[in-house]
Design a binder for this molecule. Structure first.
Ligand code: URA
Length: 231
């Protein structure tokens, strides 16, 4: 259609005032704006999963916690990291790894050119265990279906298990981290097939800084895998 000067000006004006956003009756699609452009399906599945964790009837951790700590980072990422459980800072903010261990985790990621915009982070347990105690076997059993579903929804190509709680929950109880770290394993979660690597938890590395050299080996393996998989 031929457009005269007046209509061109009007169109430009509408664009300028962001007409679609202001006058459109349709709901704003926030997945695109706020959630790294993930598909509507993935967004809904994550929301459903979060709701089913919140709606549990029999979780003592939930009763004492301030917030659910579901995840942080980019749900579109092909690299997912899993820690143990939230601590006091995480409980306060509702985000994983925001305390001292989180600062070290960010440094570990930065050492291989990653940050929270290009990885996705969660925990085996989504509520803080009182006094930062380790989650019990029963608690881990209760949360395992949730984290398994979480992995399936995110569908990472690389899954990093931080520490022995995450390792024992996902890989099995009969293994020790000193033997299992720094090796690639293949694992399936529903339709998700992923390469799994275990490394030390940043809180452990703060207590045992001599082990950082081993963690550095693991980080370089993650960096190389990322390059090989063209992630
Ligand atoms: N340690 C964890 O394992 N997860 C957190 O979110 C914080 C500390």
């Amino acid at each position: 259609m031929f457009k005269n000067n007046k209509s061109i000006k009007l169109i430009n004006y509408y664009k300028f005032i962001n007409y679609n956003l202001i006058y459109n009756n349709a709901a704003i699609n926030r997945y695109k704006e706020d959630n790294f452009g993930i598909s509507e399906d993935k967004f809904k599945n994550l929301e459903l999963l979060k709701k089913s964790i919140i709606n549990q009837k029999n979780c003592n951790l939930q009763k004492k916690a301030k917030n659910i700590v579901f995840s942080d980072g980019n749900p579109k990422s092909k690299i997912m990291l899993i820690g143990e459980a939230p601590g006091a800072n995480e409980d306060q903010e509702g985000l994983p790894f925001v305390g001292r261990a989180g600062i070290l985790l960010d440094k570990m990621l930065a050492a291989i050119n990653l940050d929270r915009k290009n990885v996705y982070i969660s925990n085996i347990i989504n509520y803080r265990p009182p006094d930062n105690r380790r989650p019990t076997e029963d608690e881990i059993k209760q949360y395992l279906p949730f984290i398994s579903k979480h992995i399936e929804i995110i569908n990472p190509k690389i899954l990093v298990l931080l520490g022995s709680t995450a390792m024992n929950a996902i890989v099995g109880k009969d293994v020790v981290i000193s033997k299992m770290r720094g090796k690639w394993l293949e694992k399936k979660f529903g339709n998700c097939k992923t390469s799994v690597i275990i490394t030390f938890h940043p809180a452990f590395l703060m207590r045992q800084p001599a082990q950082k050299k081993m963690a550095w080996i693991d980080l370089k393996m993650i960096r190389d895998k990322k390059t090989n998989l063209k992630i």
